[in-house]
Design a protein around this ligand. Structure first.
Ligand SMILES: [Zn+2]
Length: 435
């Protein structure tokens, strides 16, 4: 396993010159080759002279963007530290070129009170990645009684979710939306009808029939997306739909946006690049929730991320140990890792066909933070340096054994990719890989 020591020592971030990269920040109307001087975590764009005591990193041929943010990750701590910890998850993020993550509360115990939110934030404090806690919406994620939202908002929480499961009771969901709205926070809904999905292992359709696996019908997701949209319309509250996977979900979200409703949504690389057919080898690294769908669904998701119906590209990074994934397909847990492959997959398969660079940065850097009411980092003199450094030409192959994540459950193993994260600068750290 590769360790931190493969990276430039963090202390060097104190005085560092990133030289010769294409610097891209559409919000700052910035797209040009420029040196960035970073001193004590603050950036200076195109300094008049090269500071003679600075450590210089030659980044010709590279691209520097505002730091990427992953709006949906599972860090597994507390409770399943064998699959991931806050620290290992942040190291995976850093290795993938991601400077901020929103972590989901379906841990054991769930993150549903102030003490647990504080505990996560304290664990993350010294790491190079910003960790934003998405707190549980209901106590124990039981779907019944709302958590003390106002107390958690005071700690900086801006999103609540029972992710892993939906808030199935419509009255509870309504109150969660209304209460979160009052506090300028947002509900993130894992959209699913638990009864329709019950017992399912993969998308319901021709392939589930052929493989003899129990199905999860696409309508299980779409029906809940419609319910969220109707409740958002009725209450005037904002709602965020997690990991959209079906054609009809995309269409309903498009409709909701046309109505001016406060509905945002996200999609993951696996739903953009894979279909249910990949389950045919019974490899559990293709098992996640929601499941891989049909080609029609995949194409609809691609259209959605292209035209902005889907606001955010995130990973739903869901680490599982080899042992748990080594079970039979219908009993293995749902979920795949994603932090260390999203950037390479995106540059190889989505840019520029589906997303140009400006739109891409909207989906991976600006919108995720806006949905959490967080400041969007700017590459501008005097601003804190929050950067992703990319080698757009690097050819590499996904080798799960090289992940910094504790888990290896990727559906993209052995994929050849072009474009890789070279490092990040954030929170006073500069972690740039040697070539
Ligand atoms: Zn989910």
């Amino acid at each position: 396993m590769r360790s931190y020591s493969d990276y430039l020592h963090p202390a060097k971030a104190r005085n560092l010159l990133l030289q010769g990269a294409r610097v891209l920040d559409p919000r700052q109307n910035l797209d040009r080759t420029a040196d960035l001087h970073i001193k004590d975590g603050i950036v200076q764009v195109a300094p008049a002279r090269i500071p003679d005591d600075a450590d210089i990193i030659d980044l010709r041929g590279h691209i520097i963007t505002p730091g990427w943010f992953d709006l949906h990750v599972h860090l597994r701590e507390p409770g399943r530290e064998v699959a991931e910890t806050i620290e290992s998850g942040c190291h995976a993020a850093m290795n993938g070129g991601i400077t901020g993550v929103a972590c989901m509360p379906n841990t054991d115990p769930p993150i549903d009170d102030a003490g647990r939110v504080r505990w996560v934030l304290e664990k993350a404090e010294s790491l190079p990645v910003d960790v934003h806690v998405v707190a549980a919406a209901t106590r124990g994620r039981s779907g019944q009684e709302l958590v003390e939202m106002s107390e958690l908002v005071e700690l900086g929480v801006r999103a609540f979710s029972d992710d892993g499961a939906p808030i199935a009771n419509s009255a509870v969901l309504r109150h969660a939306l209304e209460y979160a709205n009052m506090l300028h926070a947002r509900i993130f809904q894992h959209a699913e009808d638990p009864q329709l999905s019950a017992g399912g292992a993969m998308n319901e359709g021709e392939w589930s029939t052929r493989l003899g696996l129990p199905g999860i019908p696409p309508v299980s997701e779409t029906i809940d997306v419609m319910r969220c949209i109707q409740l958002a319309r009725y209450t005037g509250a904002a709602v965020h739909i997690c990991h959209v996977s079906t054609h009809d979900s995309v269409e309903w979200i498009r409709w909701a946006k046309q109505q001016g409703l406060r509905v945002t949504a996200e999609v993951c690389p696996h739903h953009l690049l894979l279909t249910e057919e990949h389950c045919k080898g019974f490899d559990t690294d293709y098992k996640m929730s929601p499941p891989l769908r049909s080609e029609e669904d995949r194409l609809a998701c691609l259209r959605g991320i292209g035209d902005g119906t889907l606001d955010v590209l995130c990973t739903d990074h869901a680490p599982h140990t080899w042992e748990s994934k080594a079970q039979e397909f219908d009993v293995a847990p749902f979920g795949v890792v994603g932090l260390e492959t999203v950037l390479g997959l995106t540059l190889t398969h989505l840019v520029p066909q589906i997303l140009d660079w400006n739109t891409l940065l909207q989906r991976v850097a600006y919108s995720p933070r806006e949905i959490l009411s967080q400041a969007v980092p700017a590459i501008a003199s005097g601003q804190p340096a929050n950067l992703t450094v990319i080698d757009p030409e690097q050819k590499w192959t996904v080798e799960p054994a090289e992940f910094l994540s504790k888990s290896r459950n990727t559906p993209f193993k052995n994929w050849p990719l072009t474009g890789r994260a070279r490092g990040i600068v954030n929170r006073g750290f500069a972690i740039i890989k040697y070539t």
